[in-house]
Design a protein around this ligand. Structure first.
Ligand code: IMP
Ligand code: MG
Length: 476
């Protein structure tokens, strides 16, 4: 068993203090939470099924290919301008592409001079999960086609985004895509032998465990069997859970009152439910109130663990006040890259510190000059000429410093992804994704088996956090 250590991204990161011991129930999402897929393989397949459908529309997409690294979770599709945007925590766009072309600094500024990127604005669509990557790739490629006048009948980018959404949706629900995954799970699933043990620890510690997935019963059964049964002795995956809800239709599961059915056979035969939800059974659909009633607990007694920022984490927190955990597998790669960049980052920070001090010096000299010329304020000890000489010398040194800073800053900006940089940062600031994570996820982690480290009895404490006016460490 791999021992989770620092520098590998294998910890539980805490936004809000969470006492695991006090939890009475833990719900798990399945896809990209309990089961991790090889993103490139899964999304390439989804891309291929969407391509089939687009070709039937007569669109010229035969030669197009999925580019797995081209987009990342947490970006926004701008359905009005045909752009894909990465914004900072305040909603200011910091990087963008139009179609497949990266926007220059001036283009970005003028496109968004009066426009913040708001999640609540239907103009923007957030890439909430790793299932969104093939759709983002298609959107960017089809925007290029539309700009070249190759998509007859498509009015604008908004129209294009609706049509594409429909086709992606259909590809997911139609059945052939999932049948291919079920036939060859070894090609698509990245097994984690430790996940079953982490769940067993929680179950034996007295927590009620639930599986709440949007996947249908046949797919859930096949995938869970493949991913869990080899790592359990004397039991099957179903026995891990006190309640199993398939076809949950999240986010509506957390916000509406969908009907519930009991799944009464392995083939998925359904029966209408008249009694309260009973533990040990499998259900399809339903909603939170039924589940809380069946469990005999509610609100912050329950932790829900999922990968979909909106459907799993935001609504369960905002509407139900459940405790929440977000799974972000990309963190492992990101933390590794950031660690390997540690020395360069330190050098960059030192150079930026020098630059800031010089800029401050330069501003002081300029003010002295202004006061001499204006004949007001305290008199400087230097003459006008001396001040000008000093300013020129500083300018030279600053230019020299910039030559050293530029390649380092560029390299830092491409950590984790060459186009978009880090998931949780935009430059020195937090990204819009990071803001969503800190708002709605009490804790976050790269994978469920990271729970093994702290154990089901841990008290996860949030750090104090920093504020701009906090004294710097080392200050007197
Ligand atoms: P969960 O993450 O376990 O709740 O399940 C996610 C399910 O949603 C999987 O069965 C995916 O195939 C499916 N899914 C992902 N994206 C889409 C979509 O755009 N339309 C319909 N189903 C989707
Ligand atoms: Mg999921």
């Amino acid at each position: 068993m791999t021992e989770p250590t620092d520098g590998t991204g294998r910890r539980i990161y805490t936004n809000r203090t969470l006492n695991l011991r006090a939890l009475r129930a833990i719900g798990y999402d399945m896809d990209y939470t309990l089961i991790h897929y090889r993103v490139k393989e899964w999304e390439s397949l989804a891309y291929r099924y969407v391509k089939e459908r687009l070709l039937k529309r007569g669109w010229p997409v035969e030669s197009m290919e999925f580019e797995p690294d081209r987009f990342i979770r947490g970006l926004m599709i701008d359905t009005e301008l045909g752009n894909i945007v990465k914004a900072n925590r305040f909603g200011y766009p910091k990087r963008a592409t139009h179609g497949t072309r990266v926007l220059g600094f001036d283009e970005l500024r003028s496109a968004y001079a009066r426009q913040m990127v708001e999640l609540s604005d239907p103009r923007f669509r957030f890439l909430n999960t790793l299932f969104s990557l093939s759709e983002a790739c298609w959107f960017s490629q089809l925007v290029d086609c539309l700009d070249e006048g190759q998509l007859s009948g498509v009015r604008d980018y908004r129209d294009l985004s609706h049509l594409l959404r429909f086709e992606v949706d259909e590809a997911h629900v139609e059945g052939r895509l999932k049948a291919e995954i079920v036939a060859h799970p070894e090609k698509f699933v990245e097994l984690d032998p430790d996940t079953a043990l982490a769940l067993l620890d929680q179950k034996r510690a007295g927590k009620k465990l639930m599986l709440i997935t949007n996947s249908e019963w046949s797919y859930t059964q096949a995938m869970m069997q493949y991913a869990f049964d080899p790592f359990l002795t004397g039991m099957t995956w179903q026995a891990l859970f006190d309640l199993i809800i398939v076809d949950a239709q999240k986010p509506a599961f957390f916000t509406a009152t969908n009907p519930i059915y009991e799944v009464v056979s392995a083939e998925g035969l359904l029966r209408t439910v008249r009694r309260p939800v009973e533990l040990g059974k499998v259900y399809q659909g339903g909603h939170v109130a039924l589940i809380e009633e069946g469990l005999g607990c509610s609100g912050d007694d329950i932790l829900y663990v999922g990968d979909h920022l909106f459907g799993d984490v935001q609504v369960s927190k905002r509407i139900q006040r459940w405790r929440t955990a977000l799974v972000l597998r990309e963190l492992e790669h990101e933390v590794e890259e950031v660690s390997s960049f540690y020395d360069a980052q330190k050098t960059l920070e030192a150079l930026m510190g020098e630059k800031e001090a010089m800029e401050q010096q330069s501003a002081q000299l300029r003010l002295k000059l202004q006061r001499i010329q204006g004949g007001y304020g305290p008199r400087a000890s230097q003459s006008e000429e001396e001040l000008r000489d000093e300013m020129a010398a500083l300018r030279d040194r600053l230019q020299h410093l910039d030559v050293q800073i530029a390649p380092l800053a560029k390299a830092v900006g491409t950590i984790s992804n060459p186009y978009w940089g880090q998931l949780m940062r935009t430059g020195n600031d937090k990204s819009q994704l990071a803001r969503q994570v800190e708002r709605y996820a009490d804790v976050y982690m790269s994978r469920v088996s990271n729970f093994l480290g702290p154990t089901p009895f841990a008290y996860l404490r949030s750090s104090r956090g920093s504020l701009p006016h906090d004294p710097l460490i080392g200050d007197p």
